[in-house]
Design a binder for this molecule. Structure first.
Ligand code: AMP
Length: 370
């Protein structure tokens, strides 16, 4: 589903395209329409799920044109996150005329004050510095219409609850409140209840949860025989649709060519291709013109194709999160799915890492000749 179908105005859908996003991630598909309707939202999502765009895009749309007062306030636990989120506000708001700035401690206040004097529509801030500036009357948050708490669980871990409570006293009662958190312990639910009215919960599966019903297999293989192994597996068992992961764009291109030379049809998607090429690949895969899609991790993030029978880790991912995320693309309601990971001798260290953090061994399949 394209971004425009979520109800986003053309300027925002265009900004998503310009960021090379082909389709929304699951948290974006769920959260964007609900936020656009003006609801209070609790979003349960971790970093890496596309959660920032899930609240920034609809926030920008709801604020529409500049009004010379701060109407959007996003609180983050750390200055790194504040900077990152403010960059996202700029990136997604590039075709709108809204002004934003980031306010955080540990640096001189002067430049931040200057930015504030020029007028700011969207403020991204850490709680401590924001309170200081409010007390010094450099910031007025009494006209805020949308208030976002990002990584709320981390904020509580860092002891920001009293600051948040103080800040909320300066906010208008009539406002939209959005809270994102990777985990949902009781304190977060209590916080949400104290800040929100009739909130809607949107959540996506956590990375760490291995999807149920996915058969996982490791295939030891020397590096130069990987494309032979892939061709062999495809010829041996029906796989359709199949999603193949490579670590790099070059690797995706190389594999695409190797398969083409064998007469195997595959689409490919990575950030080195034009938006149009990526869209064509996605459409071709979704409409079954291509039974196979070769993708890099970043490009695969927004892929929303259902019923993938096999995920092939042609190159093993170097961390468990990516592994779980990738294999979670398969797993069909009726039959479950299969995740095959190719393992070269130098990849054993990654296998050990994945097995250790999951607390279980993955079965090895040895094919002596194929
Ligand atoms: P976040 O979870 O917000 O930290 O986002 C993680 C990464 O995903 C960021 O690098 C985003 O640029 C990227 N991203 C967000 N939405 C999409 C999308 N729809 N398609 C591809 N990448 C995305």
């Amino acid at each position: 589903m394209p971004f425009s179908q979520l109800g986003l105005q053309p300027e925002l859908a265009r900004a998503a395209s310009a960021a090379n996003y082909v389709c929304p991630t699951p948290i974006q598909s769920k959260a964007i329409p609900v936020i656009l309707e003006g609801n209070d939202v609790v979003g349960a999502a971790q970093t890496g799920t596309g959660k920032t765009a899930a609240f920034v895009l609809p926030l920008l749309q709801r604020l529409a044109g500049p009004a010379n007062k701060t109407r959007g306030l996003i609180l983050t636990p750390t200055r790194e996150l504040a900077t990152q989120v403010e960059l996202a506000v700029r990136k997604y708001g590039r075709f709108l005329k809204l002004r934003s700035t980031a306010i955080y401690g540990g640096v001189s206040q002067r430049l931040q004050e200057q930015a504030l004097r020029k007028g700011v529509d969207v403020l991204v801030a850490t709680p401590g510095r924001l309170l200081d500036l409010i007390q010094q009357r450099c910031i007025d948050i009494t006209a805020v219409e949308i208030f976002v708490l990002d990584e709320a669980d981390r904020m509580l871990d860092m002891g920001f609850l009293p600051d948040i409570q103080k800040l909320v006293k300066s906010l208008p009662k009539q406002r939209q409140t959005i809270l994102f958190s990777a985990t949902m312990p009781q304190e977060i639910r209590d916080l949400a209840r104290s800040l929100q009215k009739n909130s809607v919960l949107v959540e996506v599966a956590k990375h760490q949860e291995a999807p149920a019903g996915v058969e996982q297999k490791l295939y030891p293989v020397p590096s130069h025989l990987k494309s032979d192994l892939l061709a062999h597996l495809i010829s041996r068992e029906p796989m359709n649709p199949v999603l193949v992961f490579t670590r790099t764009k070059k690797g995706a291109d190389r594999l695409h060519l190797a398969l083409e030379n064998r007469g195997i049809k595959a689409a490919r998607i990575h950030s080195g291709l034009t938006q149009r090429e990526r869209q064509e690949a996605m459409d071709g895969f979704r409409q079954s013109r291509y039974p196979m899609l070769i993708a890099t991790d970043i490009a695969a993030r927004g892929i929303d194709v259902q019923n993938i029978s096999h995920v092939i880790n042609y190159d093993i991912p170097n961390n468990t999160n990516d592994y779980i995320h990738r294999i979670g693309r398969t797993g069909r309601a009726d039959k479950g799915g299969v995740a095959c990971t190719f393992v070269c001798p130098e990849d054993e260290v990654f296998v050990r890492g994945i097995e250790r953090s999951r607390g279980e061994k993955i079965q090895r399949v040895r094919l002596d000749d194929f």
